[in-house]
Design a protein around this ligand. Structure first.
Ligand code: ZN
Length: 423
């Protein structure tokens, strides 16, 4: 009996170690497929009951209950309506965090889906409902594989992303004294095709700054508009004939992000229309600019000053500054490259799209987590062009193919499994 038991033990040990590489990922795929309907239901429930930044009360309750049902330790006291779920394997090892946002948008677009928002003027127009379903799915898949894992995985559900307040507030409230991840990951639904993941080291979005120009009050609004047009034309930099401000181009095979000669690689442009206001201090012209090269940010204002000085209004300039400008996503180079290789090895080269550009207009407060913990932010495809579903975030016709939930859960569950092993 003892010998037979010994042989059986050896067999079990062998199969566990094989499972560590190949079969754990096929088990993750199977588990994800089994969970899919449940996650779609959660996503649709959150989509139907969206909550604005700072008001994610029902959303918090649903997330919290889901994580408690998995048997995770759950913490809701860090900041606002945040939820942090802790999967502790009980074995020493690495600590990794996954983040999902919770808030919806103040939108009121026509929506023909049977599970449309029941809250007037509030919709999940950025895909955070899908992000939450994926985050919960990863938590469930990894919990079910807990016996094969070491270390801890933290699931951060973050409120108030759209207002750029949540991540910074969680950090300032001591998030990283409660949990101490060595790496942090997240994703965002994008208009790329469903079934694709895109990432690159360093910046994914253009650097965004609001410029404020203050002039003496003796300009008419028409003169101020003409002056702004002058500035905008002269300061801009982009490929001839290209229009990087037409954001739908990011998924175009010819000019989009994944083409090495993308028009989104090197540009500077400003908003087409500026906000022009007058008060006792003067006439203020304000507009955003989008610049791919961070090094240029320090010279743009002096360029604008030179442009103004050469016009007939040159002697009216009172002040010129950046009035607003958040940090942006900066992916850790080493972790990004390792993640790309891992995802390709497990799910095939076709899963990953290269990225040669930077997206204008958008940004994400995940950058505040990245300032404390090296991390990677992925773009996840959400469009299904044949079905007419285009996941262009914040657009009136924003729709997500729910297959993206499956791709997200299986890919990033597998990635976390491999990252936990990599020291
Ligand atoms: Zn978003």
């Amino acid at each position: 009996m003892k010998v037979i038991f010994f042989i059986l033990t050896v067999v079990v040990v062998t199969s566990c170690s094989q499972r560590n590489r190949t079969s754990i990922h096929s088990s993750i795929e199977t588990e994800t497929a089994q969970l899919y309907d449940k996650l779609v239901e959660v996503r649709r429930d959150i989509y139907t009951n969206p909550e604005l930044a700072g008001n994610e009360v029902r959303t918090q309750r649903i997330i919290k209950q889901y994580l408690l049902d998995l048997g995770l330790e759950v913490e809701t006291g860090t900041y606002g309506n945040s939820v942090v779920g802790i999967l502790n394997t009980g074995k020493a090892g690495k600590k990794i965090a996954w983040r999902a946002e919770m808030d919806a948008l103040p939108n009121d677009f026509p929506d023909s889906s049977p599970f449309k928002s029941v809250v007037d003027g509030v919709q999940h127009g950025c895909g955070h409902d899908v992000h939450m379903a994926i985050g919960l799915g990863i938590a469930e898949v990894l919990t079910k594989h807990k016996e094969y894992l070491t270390g801890s995985v933290y699931f951060i559900f973050q409120p108030e992303e759209e207002t750029f307040i949540g991540a910074k507030s969680m950090v300032e409230a001591g998030l990283f004294s409660k949990i101490d991840p060595e790496e942090i990951y997240t994703l965002h639904i994008t208009p790329l095709p469903v079934g694709k993941i895109m990432v690159k080291p360093n910046a994914l979005y253009a650097h965004q700054k609001r410029v404020k120009i203050t002039l003496k009050n003796n300009l008419t609004e028409a003169e101020a508009t003409a002056l702004y047009d002058d500035i905008r034309r002269q300061v801009s930099r982009f490929e001839p004939e290209s229009k990087p401000w037409e954001i739908q181009g990011i998924v175009d095979p010819e000019i989009g992000l994944h083409n090495p000669s993308t028009i989104f690689k090197d540009y500077l442009f400003m908003d087409e229309n500026a906000v022009i206001q007058e008060d006792s201090e003067g006439l203020h012209i304000q507009a955003y600019l989008y610049e791919t090269n961070r090094a240029n940010l320090s010279t743009i204002l002096s360029k604008i000053e030179r442009i103004i000085k050469k016009t007939e209004h040159g002697d009216k300039l009172l002040a010129l500054s950046y009035s607003q400008g958040n940090p942006t996503i900066m992916n850790d180079t080493q972790l990004t490259n390792k993640s790309i290789n891992t995802l390709k090895e497990i799910y095939g080269k076709d899963l990953m799209l290269p990225n040669y550009g930077q997206v204008p207009y958008f940004n994400d407060d995940f950058c505040y987590f990245q300032q404390n913990v090296p991390g990677v932010y992925f773009f996840l495809g959400g469009s299904n062009f044949e079905k007419g579903m285009i996941a262009m975030n914040h657009a009136p016709n924003f729709r997500v193919d729910e297959e993206a939930i499956k791709i997200g859960v299986r890919s990033f569950s597998s990635l976390i499994v491999e990252r936990l092993k990599d020291d």
